[in-house]
Write a protein that binds this ligand. Structure first.
Ligand code: 6R9
Length: 670
C-alpha cells in the first residue's frame, strides 16, 4: 500500500503545503509543557522509563495500597502467548474517591463548581459543586445498596441524557460495577425541538436483552431475574398536553420507581469500596461506524491516571479554567474528557444537554460567552456544520475568554481548521487536534498547546508513553516520510484490556495483523518534520487503478471549494479502474448545486491530488449519515453509491431518515 500511495504523494498533496502556526506565546509563561524541549525530554523518559514516569504521575492520587509487583507488565506479541496489559496491579484505590473526596479533602475544592449544567432550553440551567456532586453520588450509592441491587463485579447500564443525574456513573464507579453505557437515555428529553420518549426506547431494549433489570439509571444483568428500573423526572412542568401524549408509557409497579423518591431519605455518606488497579471500571461500546459494536473494557488505575494527565497537559489545565466539551457522555470523549479527566483535576466544566442549532445556530457561541469558557473541545462535524452559517452569527458574541480549542473524532480538513482558528479563536488560540479511540482511553497523538507548532489537519506528535510506528503492507516499519498503517509498539496506561466477554476477538482485531503491535485500524502519513497526519480508517480507503487513496485527502480537497461545507467520499466498482470515486457534498447555506460546481470539484481534486483521484460521481447531499458522535458512516454511503439495499445495522445513526433521501437522489451515471 504505502509505495503506491507515495507515488501519488510525490505529485504533491495539499497537506504538505499548509503553513505552520506557532504555538501560543501567551500560554507559555505558566504552561505545564512550555516548549518542545520539555516535551521531548519528558517523552523520552516516558518511553524509556515508563514505570518511573507513571509512578510519579500516580503519586498525585490516593492509593490505599501500593502495587504488589511490577508497575507495568504486558505482552503485545501474539506469537509469545496471550495478549495482556497490567498497570500497577495489586495497588488498591477508588476512582470516585480520587475525583471527588480527594479534591474536597486534600485540595479544599468542596465549594468549587464541578459542572455548570446548561439545558436544552436556554432558560434552564443550574450549577453543582464538588460537595453537591459527592453528596448525590453517596446518596445514590446508598439507594442502590438499600435496594440490594449492585455489588462489586455487576454490570450496570445507564440510560440518561446530558443531565446532572449522570452522577449515577460515579456511584457505580465508586462501587466499581462496570457500567455498560452503550447509549445514555432517560424518560423523556428534548433534543432541540424534538421530544424523545426514552423510557419507551429503554423498555423495548429491555425486552431484547435477556433477564434484564431495567432502568433509566440502570440495568443489572444476569444477577437478578427481577427488574429494577429507576426513573428520573426531568421534564416535569415543561410539557404541554400534546407533548404529554408522547411520553405515555406503561408504568410497571413491580420494577419502576422514581429516583427523587428513593433519594429523599438516603444518607449522604457512603464509604468507598477499595478496588484493584486492574479491576474493570467500565465497558463502552465503540461508535460502530463499521461492523458489529465491540465492548471495550477499561480498568481502574491506568485509565484514571492517563485521562488525568492528558487533560492537564493537552488542555493545559489551570484552576481558573472553565472547560467545555460538547461530546455526549455515552461516547468515550464524554467519559474521559467530561467525567474522569476534568474531575480528576478538580476542573469546572460545562455540561450541555442540547444541540448546536437550537434555538438558534449560535447556541455554542452564546454558551461560551455566558460561562466565559476558556477551553473548548468539539468535533470537526460540529465545526463544519456551524461554518455553514457564516461569520456574522459568531461575531455577535464575546469569545475573548477562549484560550485553547480542541477537536476530536475525525480528521479535520484545513478549511474547517482555519475557520475554527480565525473566526472562533480570533487567531489567539492553538487548536489541539487530538487523535485517539475508545480503545486508547485517552489522547495518543496530539499537539501540546504551548509547545507544538501547529499544522492544520495534523494531530502532530505522540503523547507521553505512546510509541507509534508506520508500517507497510508487509508489516515493515517505515522511517522518515512515509504512509501506511498506524500502529503502537508498547502500551500506555489507559489502553483497553480486552473486549468484554471475547478476549479472542480482542487479540484478532488489534494484535494479529502485525504481531508485536497494537493496530489502530487507521491509516497515517508521517511528513518530513515527523508530524503524523491521520488519513482515515483503512477499511474506507479507495483503490483506484491499483492506487490507494485515503478518504481524508480527497475530502479535504473537495472542501477547499468555496461552496462546499462538508464532503464524504467512497468507492464504487468500475469496469476499467476497479474502483472509482463517488463523492457526496453538502453545500454551504445559500449555495445551489450546478453542473458547473460539479465540474469545478472534479478539477479541484485532480489538481490537488492527481488525475488518478478525479471523481467520477458527485452527488449533492442535504445531509450525511452520521453516528451520534458525529462520524460519517461511509459503509452506508458505499451502499448508496452501489445501490445496494442490504444496509445491515444502522441503529447507531443519529438520523436514519437521511439514508432514504440519499438513495432517492443517487447518481446513476457519471
Ligand atoms: C475519540 C474517538 C475512533 C476513531 C479513530 C479515527 C477517528 C478520532 C481523530 C480521528 C483523525 C482525529 N478519529 N480522532 N481521526 N483525527 N483527531 O473518536 O473515539 O469513537 O472510538 O473513534 O475516530 O478513525 O480510529 P472513537
Amino acid at each position: 500500500m504505502p509505495s503506491q500511495v507515495k507515488e501519488k504523494n510525490d505529485k504533491g498533496s495539499s497537506a504538505e503545503e499548509t503553513p505552520t502556526f506557532p504555538p501560543s506565546g501567551h500560554l507559555k509563561k505558566q504552561a505545564h509543557i512550555p516548549d518542545m524541549g520539555t516535551y521531548r525530554q519528558m517523552y523520552n523518559r516516558s518511553i524509556h522509563k515508563p514505570e518511573e514516569f507513571w509512578m510519579e504521575v500516580a503519586s498525585e492520587f490516593y492509593w490505599k495500597t501500593s502495587p504488589s509487583g511490577k508497575v507495568l507488565d504486558y505482552n503485545f506479541d501474539i506469537r509469545k502467548g496471550k495478549i495482556f496489559v497490567e498497570f500497577m496491579k495489586g495497588a488498591t484505590t477508588n476512582v470516585c474517591y480520587n475525583v471527588l473526596d480527594r479534591n474536597i479533602m486534600e485540595k479544599n475544592l468542596g465549594d468549587k463548581t464541578a459542572f455548570y449544567w446548561e439545558g436544552n432550553a436556554p432558560d434552564n440551567s443550574s450549577a453543582i459543586t464538588y460537595w453537591d456532586l459527592l453528596k448525590q453520588v453517596c446518596k445514590f450509592a446508598n439507594v442502590l445498596k438499600k435496594l440490594g441491587m449492585v455489588k462489586k463485579g455487576d454490570r450496570v447500564a445507564i440510560y440518561l441524557p446530558m443531565i446532572p443525574e449522570l452522577y449515577a456513573m460515579l456511584a457505580f464507579a465508586g462501587f466499581s460495577s462496570e457500567s455498560l453505557c452503550e447509549r445514555i437515555l432517560d424518560y423523556g428529553v428534548f433534543r432541540g425541538e424534538k421530544l424523545i420518549n426514552l423510557k419507551q426506547i429503554q423498555m423495548k431494549l429491555c425486552k431484547s436483552v435477556r433477564k434484564v433489570c431495567a432502568f433509566t439509571v440502570y440495568i443489572n444483568m444476569e444477577m437478578h431475574p427481577v427488574a429494577n428500573c429507576i426513573v428520573v423526572k426531568h421534564l416535569q412542568g415543561k410539557l404541554n398536553n400534546q407533548n404529554e401524549g408522547t411520553l405515555q408509557t406503561a408504568w410497571n409497579c413491580e420494577v419502576d420507581s422514581w429516583l427523587d423518591e428513593l433519594m429523599m431519605d438516603a444518607s449522604e455518606e457512603c464509604g468507598p469500596v477499595w478496588l484493584d488497579a486492574e479491576d474493570p471500571l467500565f465497558i463502552l461500546y465503540t461508535s460502530g461506524s463499521t461492523g458489529k459494536p465491540k465492548g471495550v473494557l477499561h480498568t481502574v488505575a491506568g485509565y484514571l491516571i492517563f485521562t488525568a494527565l492528558t487533560f492537564k497537559c493537552v488542555f493545559d489545565y489551570h484552576e481558573d479554567d472553565v472547560y467545555w466539551s460538547t461530546a455526549d457522555i455515552g461516547w468515550i470523549t464524554g467519559h474521559s474528557y467530561i467525567t474522569y479527566g476534568p474531575l480528576a483535576n478538580g476542573a469546572t466544566s460545562v455540561l450541555f444537554e442540547g444541540i448546536p442549532t437550537y434555538p438558534h445556530v449560535a447556541r455554542f457561541w452564546e454558551i461560551i460567552q455566558k460561562y466565559k469558557v476558556t477551553k473548548f473541545y468539539t468535533a470537526p462535524t460540529a465545526i463544519r456544520l456551524l461554518m455553514k452559517y457564516g461569520n456574522e452569527v459568531v461575531q455577535k458574541f464575546d469569545l475573548t475568554s477562549l484560550k485553547i480549542l480542541g477537536t476530536v473524532g475525525e480528521p479535520i480538513n484545513s478549511e474547517a481548521w482555519l475557520w475554527y482558528y480565525n473566526v472562533i479563536g480570533n487567531q489567539q488560540c492553538p487548536i489541539v487536534d487530538t487523535f485517539w479511540q475508545t480503545e486508547t482511553g485517552g489522547h495518543v497523538v496530539t499537539p501540546l498547546p504551548a509547545a507544538t507548532p501547529l499544522k492544520p489537519g495534523s494531530a502532530s506528535f505522540p503523547f507521553f508513553g505512546v510509541l507509534p510506528a508506520v508500517l507497510n503492507e508487509h508489516g515493515e516499519e517505515l522511517e522518515g516520510e512515509a504512509e501506511g498503517y498506524l500502529v503502537f509498539k508498547q502500551p500506555w496506561p489507559s489502553i483497553m484490556r480486552s473486549l468484554y466477554g471475547n478476549h479472542e476477538r480482542y487479540e484478532n482485531t488489534y494484535f494479529s495483523k502485525f504481531p508485536g503491535y497494537y493496530v489502530a485500524g487507521d491509516g497515517c502519513k508521517r511528513d518530513k518534520d515527523g508530524y503524523i497526519w491521520i488519513t482515515g480508517r483503512i477499511d474506507d480507503m479507495l483503490n483506484v487503478s491499483g492506487h490507494l487513496l485515503s478518504t481524508a485527502e480527497v475530502e479535504a480537497a473537495l472542501t477547499e471549494h468555496l461552496a462546499v461545507a462538508e464532503a464524504a467520499v467512497v468507492s464504487r466498482p468500475h469496469q476499467v479502474k476497479g474502483e472509482c470515486i463517488y463523492c457526496f457534498v453538502i453545500l454551504k447555506d445559500g449555495k445551489k448545486f450546478t453542473e458547473q460546481i460539479g465540474e469545478e470539484l472534479k478539477k479541484l481534486v485532480r489538481e490537488k491530488i492527481g488525475p488518478i483521484a478525479t471523481p467520477d460521481f458527485i452527488q449533492n447531499a442535504p445531509g450525511l449519515p452520521k453516528t451520534r458522535s458525529g462520524k460519517i458512516m461511509r459503509r452506508v454511503l458505499r451502499q448508496i453509491a452501489r445501490n445496494e439495499r442490504e444496509l445491515g445495522d444502522i441503529s447507531t445513526l443519529a438520523d436514519p431518515s437521511i439514508v432514504e433521501v440519499l438513495f432517492s437522489q443517487r447518481c446513476e451515471a457519471a
